[in-house]
Design a protein around this ligand. Structure first.
Ligand code: UD1
Ligand code: UDP
Length: 351
């Protein structure tokens, strides 16, 4: 069976690492990896291929940055050419980026079956570019791998139950797979020069970076916290901060880091503050309280017992959440058993 896996952005490299490892261990599967080039900086792309042993992409479209339509349009064209040449039995797309949408659309129009990993997530906020990407991808895909019961319910409400399969979350597989390695080689993955105690933050979501008021509010809240904050900065956010803000003295900005270093940063943090989808889950899996700098979350399984507190960019809510006692309640199952990639592989073989 020939599968073309389509990736392009940081969280997709991390998800594909887990799935590719399992696909490539099966002699019946021939995986071709297509990188759209949506993310291209060394620390937004190559570092993940290297440290997570992802095979080098067979194709890199080197699409780069641009407006949504430009970026997606160039991807569509490039992906179509490759799919026509490779004639795969199926394509695999991940998550909700423009690379996901372009991959799914190019394949569906060629009548090549599309499998969507991390299907069924909904914020019910169509102002998010990711929400549009998810909805379109789910409705043109042929098999939907849902990571949670909430995702299954969302897909069922949209009439997609018959093409939905509960796989669990491949990012949970990933945390279980790498956690021991990180603890074993702790000194290798520790970030030099950061304070001994800190809150870990990331910000990159369009609703925060493209809205100066939201970004200002978040930094105002950070400046009022009685903690050091370590912020591995997404290039999108760095560009805006350079021109618009004075960084508060307690905020320690570092370049984006690799996945294993990021896991170590999360493990060693007191709490996490983020607008990232993936990091909300990793905080939960690693038993860290998360403050979600968005007005809603798709990962509602993480909300119980204040393991995840949704604050948006409201400085009062952020400050209050930062002062909330650390939860003691146990995490609940709901993201699978750490075998999501195997479930995906087996389902694809029978597809
Ligand atoms: C994209 C995804 C988002 C995902 C995020 C993961 C879409 C619509 N958004 O957002 O869902 O959460 O990736 O990180 O697909 N840039 C660089 N170097 C890079 C990559 C980006 O400098 O290697 C800068 C460019 O100025 C670019 C900006 O970041 O214009 C935004 O990049 P883009 O890929 O369009 O969106 P992200 O914000 O990364
Ligand atoms: N991440 C990383 N280095 C960083 C910041 C994040 O490896 O400097 C990882 C993070 O641990 C998670 C993934 O990137 O696994 C999340 O990606 P991102 O926040 O870019 O996108 P989202 O999940 O919001 O789509």
């Amino acid at each position: 069976m020939k599968i073309v896996s389509i990736v392009g952005a940081r969280p997709q490299f991390i998800k594909a690492a887990t799935v590719s490892r399992v696909l490539r261990a099966n002699a019946a599967i021939h995986e071709i990896l297509l990188h759209t080039g949506q993310h291209y900086d060394e620390n937004m792309s190559d570092i993940f291929f290297r440290e997570l042993n992802i095979p080098l992409p067979d194709y890199n479209l080197e699409v780069g940055s641009g407006s949504h339509a430009t970026q997606t349009g160039i991807m569509l064209r490039g992906i179509e050419d490759i799919l026509i040449k490779e004639k795969p039995d199926c394509t695999l797309v991940y998550g909700d980026t423009n690379s996901t949408l372009a991959g799914a659309l190019a394949a569906a129009k060629l009548h090549i079956p599309v499998a969507h990993v991390e299907a069924g997530l909904r914020s019910f906020n169509r102002a998010m570019p990711e929400e549009l990407n998810r909805i379109v991808t789910d409705h043109i895909a042929d098999i939907l791998f849902a990571p949670t019961q909430t995702a299954i319910d969302n897909l069922s409400h949209e009439g997609l139950a018959d093409v939905t399969c509960f796989s669990g979350d491949v990012m949970y597989d990933s945390v279980l797979y790498y956690k021991d390695q990180i603890q074993r080689d702790a000194s290798k993955y520790k970030t030099p020069g950061i304070p001994p105690e800190y809150l870990l933050a990331t910000i990159h979501r369009a609703e925060n970076t493209d809205n100066p008021e939201n970004l200002k509010n978040i930094f105002q809240a950070f400046s009022r916290l009685n903690h050091s904050i370590v912020l591995p900065i997404h290039p999108r956010t760095r560009k805006i901060l350079q021109s618009a803000f004075t960084i508060p003295a307690n905020v320690h900005i570092i370049d984006p880091v690799g996945y294993l270093q990021m896991m170590k940063l999360t493990i060693d943090s007191t709490k996490v503050m983020t607008d990232s989808g993936g990091l909300q889950k990793e905080a939960y899996f690693l038993k860290k309280q998360c403050i979600t700098l968005r007005t809603e979350t798709e990962w509602i399984e993480t909300l119980h017992d204040q393991w995840n507190i949704v604050t948006g960019s409201d400085p009062i809510l952020i400050e209050k959440a930062a002062k909330t006692d650390l939860p003691t309640a146990a995490q609940r199952p709901g993201f699978g058993t750490g075998k999501s990639a195997t479930i995906i592989m087996e389902k694809l073989l029978g597809f």
